[in-house]
Ligand binder design. Structure first.
Ligand SMILES: NC(=O)c1ccc[n+]([C@@H]2O[C@H](COP(=O)([O-])OP(=O)(O)OC[C@H]3O[C@@H](n4cnc5c(N)ncnc54)[C@H](OP(=O)(O)O)[C@@H]3O)[C@@H](O)[C@H]2O)c1
Length: 299
């Protein structure tokens, strides 16, 4: 018999992960929300009986695995409340899903619970899409206890993911990387979309024009790596084109100029690593970016 699961916080991550665990034959003991309506809806989505819906933390007392899928800023408080108020009838593990916090953030004096952090490296914008994407999703595991890490690997296998371990003190850096690769990528596309709207293109069409470009760029990174997968005026050393980009952004979208310049600096470094940008062009581009950044900062 697999260990019984209780979910606290049936949001996007909690629902998608619990649905996978339920389908992998982990018995669901309770789904706990601050609202009975949301708990009941989550039970229906996950596919377990709606009688397991609850608004009482006490209903997790018989669980062996407690999924604490609440927002990062609530993890410590809710973990403390669970451990301070619940008498667990058997050994249990408390799991949070934050990519930023260590498992130890859930530590509570003299609590018998084991602590695990399990971070699916996936954007959960929509729970059903995320549920599908969990298949082969890399999942970062972190715990000070080797046995708890083993349990984490079993859970990741059950949800279809690919486990890897991470040291607790590396999590902020790791999470910053995830933020750059996912959240900032989306923001960059929104910014590019806004520039196309300035060209007179409809918002929806703008996204459809940009997506194949972005997807092909991702494929280039996959096939060639981020250095050889880089294209465009910077790696070609086309300083004239970059100078005109800066002018047109100054005139038409000054709110994006600083972003363009800062990304330009990093792109020059990446171009140099690729071995395709000669040192003279790199120096000229860095001088151009530095001068414009200084101008921006002086305003
Ligand atoms: N979103 C992502 O892309 C992603 C990816 C990987 C990991 N994670 C991590 O997964 C965890 C959950 O994120 P999520 O995106 O699933 O969030 P979410 O969709 O907002 O769900 C969080 C749930 O926690 C409950 N909750 C909210 N505020 C609370 C409070 N003040 N006290 C107690 N419960 C509260 C809510 O459930 P009720 O209202 O029903 O109580 C809510 O549905 C976070 O640690 C996050 O860092 C997120």
């Amino acid at each position: 018999m697999k260990p019984g699961i209780a979910l606290v916080g049936p949001g996007r991550v909690g629902c998608a992960v619990s649905k996978r665990l339920h389908e992998a034959d982990y018995p669901i003991i309770s789904i706990i929300s601050r609202s009975m309506e949301r708990a009941t809806e989550a039970c229906s989505y996950i596919g377990c009986s709606t009688t397991l819906a609850s608004v009482q933390l006490a209903d997790l007392a018989t669980a062996q695995i407690i999924l604490l899928a609440v927002p990062d800023d609530q993890i410590q408080r809710v973990a403390k409340k669970i451990q301070a108020t619940t008498h667990f009838s058997r050994p249990a593990t408390l799991v949070h899903f934050s990519g930023f916090h260590p498992a130890e953030i859930m530590y509570h004096q003299s609590s018998p619970l084991s602590l695990l952090s399990l971070h699916p490296l996936l954007p959960f914008a929509d729970r059903q899409k995320a549920y599908a994407d969990l298949q082969r999703c890399p999942c970062a595991l972190e715990s000070t206890d080797p046995q708890t890490l083993e349990l984490g690997e079993e859970l990741v296998d059950a949800i279809g993911g690919q486990p890897f371990t991470l040291e607790a003190d590396k999590k902020p850096l790791y999470h910053s990387a995830a933020c750059l690769a996912s959240n900032y990528l989306v923001t960059l596309l929104a910014s590019a979309r806004n520039l196309l709207i300035n060209c007179g293109i409809e918002s929806e069409q703008a996204i459809q024009l940009l997506l194949p470009l972005a997807q092909a760029s991702l494929e280039n990174v996959e096939e060639l790596g981020p250095e050889q997968g880089l294209t465009g005026p910077i790696v070609r050393g086309d300083i004239g084109t970059v100078t005109e980009h800066i002018k047109t952004l100054q005139d038409n979208a000054p709110e994006l100029l600083n972003l363009y310049l800062q990304m330009g600096v990093v792109t020059v470094t990446n171009s140099q690593r690729s071995g395709r940008l000669n040192p003279e062009s790199a120096a000229a581009l860095q001088a151009l970016f530095s001068a414009k950044i200084k101008e921006c900062n002086a305003i």
